[in-house]
Each structure stands twice: as structure tokens, then as C-alpha cells.
Design a protein around this ligand. Structure first.
Ligand SMILES: *Cc1c(COP(=O)(O)O)cnc(C)c1O
Length: 484
């Protein structure tokens, strides 16, 4: 082998190389934070020209320091900075320092969560974190869960278990073995018209198709209309369809609105349906002492999607799929002679692959373990409460103006609004709001969201940064108003 310093080994030279590469990288990252803007990089054409001129795989390699110099020049300045208080476009958060430290540990040792012999202590930590999360969300010892790649996969996992539970228990059909039963075209699941698109994607992946998702209208508070849900289920049952699952969105992507979980639970019980909670956004609210009551219904749901890379401020990816009754995980278990032998499991070795759609899987649980222990209930409550308080404040400032239209009072930390045109202006409201967002992105270092609500283009602040302040929100509003 002509090359040295491939890995961190017990060899002194390797250790030195490890420390020096990490140090120079961390230094370059810190030095790149020389302004507070959310984006001060190039536009799309310039960026393409800068990046695509390179030879990705040259004949002869170069020193790490050379490459790091290029990273400093081309990449670091062109990254968006979700840690900036000028960044509020999406459900995309900054990463807490201790969770970045956790990433170094988990990447260095590269544990894989599929089987015990690839991740001994990591397996135990994941089990421990999941056990505590079950408690936090109101499940008893029958609850269980698994880390996933994100909310979309957690949703698919919950909905798949719902479908399989329905086939196994209501139709007496072993779907794992035989595939979809002949009546599968009659299966129906219910989600609000503003639910996440992973509902339809999951329906497709489960072999049911988009049409299996009945989209239920929302009320003025952007919550699923319970009268409409009940009417749709009744009509479907009469027409011979088979309702198997409803999904409560606990924090809609645009508005942060929370569907009424208690009423949905009652309806699901009445019709023998599974209740899934897509809490990819709203799962963080449980840690706010002041606001946790808003998501109190989660413990009654059969499955819950929790995303740690949104309100919980952890590096992507970090998400959990929780299940109220762990026997349902059976749907994802398949034994392989090379990996998760049944005989080992009888002897106490836990193979987490049994609960997962993934095989090789990251040790993301470490980030939660470190951060929860480090900040504690008090620290976490402060972080989450601050974001929700900020949204309430910003909404109040907007609501008292006659030249701004607010859409809905925030329940979590998103505020959607639109500016109305200055009297006498020839520009229509949609064009103006779109123009202002672009201008903020490319000329002011401010990244905000844009969406469509009831046919109108709106602007959106998704406030996931606890460093955000009321004074800064006032400044941002003044800036936006000045761009009309
Ligand atoms: C973000 C989001 C998802 C998807 O989660 P990913 O982690 O991006 O896959 C699902 N549902 C809702 C409501 C979301 O906001």
C-alpha cells in the first residue's frame, strides 16, 4: 500500500493525521462564519460554472490541504447557514454543537445498526433512547420504535404497519407472505388536504396508489374538518370501500396547525382504523413545558413520526418511527442466515434490523442521547418555547397592520402572511410577494419561505432558531415592508 493514513488506527502517525485533519477542517468551518447572513453565495448559473469545471477523479491525487483549500474557496461560502437568524425558509434547522460532536463519533466508528455485532453499545443506546421516547410521548412498555432516515420514511413505516395490521387482523390475510389481498383497491386512508406529500408517496409505495388517500378539507384554523372526515368515511363504507387508517398531521408543513387527535381517535375506534400521527414538525412541542398540552393527543395514536432534524435542531438525518404496540413490528422482520439469526436473538443479542426498512443504518440515536442528557428538560423547554413565543409575537405584529394579511394564528412556530400592494401600484400582490422573496435571498442575505394559500402567493417564516429575537423580527418586518 503506497498511501498512508487511511484510517484512525492505534498507530501514532494515524492518530496525528486524524487530529490534524479534523482540526484543520473545524478551523476552516469556523473561519468561514465571517458574516451573519443566511446566504451570501453565488446564484445558480455562477455556482454551476464554478463547480462543474473540476476534474472529479484526476489521474494523480492531491494533498488533503489542497482539497481543503478548494473547499474553503468554492463550497463553504456557498452553503446556506440555517444557524443564521436571517434563515427561516423551511423546516430546516441549525445543528446544536453537541450533536455535531456526536456526528464525529458516530462517523469515525461507523457503527451499523442492523445487527448487534456491528454496533454493540450503539444498539443498547438506541434501545434506551427509544424506551425513553415512548415514555415521553405517552406510550407504555408495549411501545417501541426505530430510528429512520427522516419523516418521510417514518411515515411510510407507520402507514405500512397500519396496512399490514389491517390485513392481518381485519381480513385474516397474511400480507407479508401473499402480498396485497384481492380487495386492495378498496383500501382507503385519510389525511387532510394540507398533509405532507409523503402520504401519497407512501400509498404508492404500498401498492395502493395515490387515489387510496382521501384528502379531507381543513377548517379556518387549517385543521382537518372532523365533520368532513366522518362524512367521507361513512360515504366510503356505504360505497364498499375499506377505511384502514387516518393520519393526523401534528404540525402541518406550512402552517404548523395540529389536527384534532382526540376526535380522530374516537372516529378511528368506531370504524376499526389505525391512527397515525405525522408529528415530523410538531414532535418537538412535547419538550416545551408551556406548550406541551397542544400535542397531548400523541399518546393515543398507534404510530408517531418524530423528526429530530427539525424542531430538535439536530444534524440531518435523525428521525424516529414510534409504534404503540410493538408486536406490529413483526411486519418488518425477516431472518437472514448471515445477519440476524433467530438463535442469536434467543440468547439476548438484539438485531435492530428486525424493525427497520433499512439494513445498514446510522447511529443517529447518539445525537439524541448526548443532547438530551446535556441540556435536560429545562434547557430543552427553553429552546422550544422560545421558537413558539417568537411566532406568537411575529403574528401579533403582522395582525395589527392593515397592509398585511395573516392566514392563521400559529400553534407552533410558522407564520404565513402576504403583503398587500401599496395603493396605486400596478404590481399585483402575487408578483410583489414573489419578487420580495427573491430580492431577500440574493441581495439581503435573508432566506424566507414562500407558499400558496387559497390560491394566493404567501410568504412564510418558519422560526426554528431559538436565537431569533423580537427585535430582529421587527427589523426583518421593516426590511420586507421597505421592499414593496
Ligand atoms: C418535513 C415533514 C415530513 C418529511 O420529513 P423528512 O424528514 O423531510 O423526510 C413529513 N411530514 C411533515 C408534516 C413534515 O413537515
Amino acid at each position: 500500500m503506497s498511501q498512508s493514513n487511511l484510517f484512525l488506527t492505534s498507530d501514532t502517525a494515524d492518530k496525528q493525521a486524524f487530529v490534524s485533519m479534523m482540526e484543520s477542517t473545524v478551523r476552516a468551518i469556523a473561519d468561514s462564519m465571517d458574516h451573519g447572513q443566511a446566504y451570501a453565495g453565488m446564484g445558480p448559473y455562477e455556482l454551476r460554472a464554478a463547480v462543474h469545471s473540476d476534474e472529479l477523479l484526476p489521474q494523480k491525487g492531491r494533498a488533503f490541504d489542497d482539497i481543503l483549500a478548494e473547499v474553503k474557496e468554492k463550497i463553504l461560502p456557498n452553503l446556506v447557514r440555517p444557524m443564521s437568524t436571517n434563515y427561516m425558509a423551511h423546516l430546516h434547522s441549525a445543528a446544536l454543537l453537541e450533536t455535531i460532536a456526536a456526528e464525529i463519533i458516530l462517523s469515525t466508528f461507523n457503527q451499523s445498526m442492523d445487527s448487534w455485532d456491528q454496533a454493540p453499545v450503539a444498539t443498547e443506546i438506541e434501545v434506551e433512547v427509544i424506551r425513553n421516547l415512548c415514555k415521553l410521548y405517552g406510550y407504555d412498555e408495549k411501545g417501541d420504535g426505530v430510528f429512520t432516515s427522516g419523516g418521510s420514511q417514518s411515515n411510510l413505516s407507520g402507514l405500512l404497519l397500519a396496512r399490514d395490521w389491517f390485513c392481518n387482523t381485519k381480513l385474516n390475510w397474511d400480507i407479508k407472505k401473499f402480498g396485497l389481498p384481492t380487495e386492495f383497491r378498496k383500501f382507503r386512508m385519510y389525511a387532510s388536504e394540507i398533509s405532507h406529500f409523503s402520504m401519497e408517496k407512501s400509498a404508492h409505495l404500498m401498492g395502493l396508489g395515490y387515489d387510496a388517500v382521501a384528502k379531507i378539507p381543513v377548517d379556518n384554523a387549517m385543521k382537518m374538518d372532523m365533520g368532513a372526515l366522518r362524512a367521507q368515511i361513512e360515504a366510503d363504507v356505504k360505497a364498499g370501500f375499506m377505511p384502514f387508517c387516518a393520519c393526523a398531521t401534528v404540525g402541518t408543513t406550512d402552517f404548523g396547525s395540529i389536527d384534532p387527535m382526540d376526535e380522530m381517535r374516537a372516529i378511528c375506534d368506531e370504524y376499526g382504523m389505525w391512527l397515525h400521527a405525522d408529528a415530523a414538525y410538531g414532535s418537538g412541542v412535547v419538550l416545551s413545558e408551556k406548550y406541551a398540552h397542544r400535542v397531548a393527543g400523541l399518546g393515543a395514536c398507534d404510530s408517531i413520526t418524530v423528526d429530530f432534524h427539525k424542531m430538535f435542531l439536530m444534524p440531518i438525518s435523525c428521525s424516529v418511527s414510534l409504534i404503540k404496540d410493538k408486536t406490529n413490528f413483526e411486519a418488518l422482520t425477516l431472518h437472514a442466515d448471515y445477519l440476524n439469526r433467530e438463535e442469536d436473538e434467543e440468547e439476548g443479542y438484539i438485531n435492530l434490523v428486525n424493525k427497520s426498512m433499512q439494513t445498514t443504518r446510522r447511529f443517529d440515536a447518539l445525537k439524541v442521547w448526548i443532547s438530551f442528557r446535556m441540556r435536560g428538560k429545562e434547557g430543552w423547554s427553553e429552546l422550544i418555547t422560545k421558537c413558539i413565543d417568537n411566532a406568537a409575537y411575529f403574528y401579533e405584529q403582522l395582525a395589527k397592520r392593515s397592509d398585511v394579511e395573516v392566514i392563521v394564528k400559529p400553534e407552533i412556530s410558522s407564520v404565513v402572511f402576504r403583503l398587500l400592494p401599496v395603493p396605486g401600484s400596478s404590481e399585483d400582490a402575487d408578483t410583489m410577494n414573489k419578487r420580495i422573496r427573491r430580492k431577500l435571498l440574493h441581495h439581503k442575505g435573508v432566506v424566507i419561505g414562500q407558499t400558496v394559500c387559497r390560491g394566493n402567493t404567501c410568504l412564510k417564516f418558519t422560526l426554528l432558531n431559538p436565537l431569533q429575537s423580537e427585535a430582529k423580527l421587527d427589523e426583518l418586518l421593516a426590511l420586507i415592508l421597505s421592499l414593496r
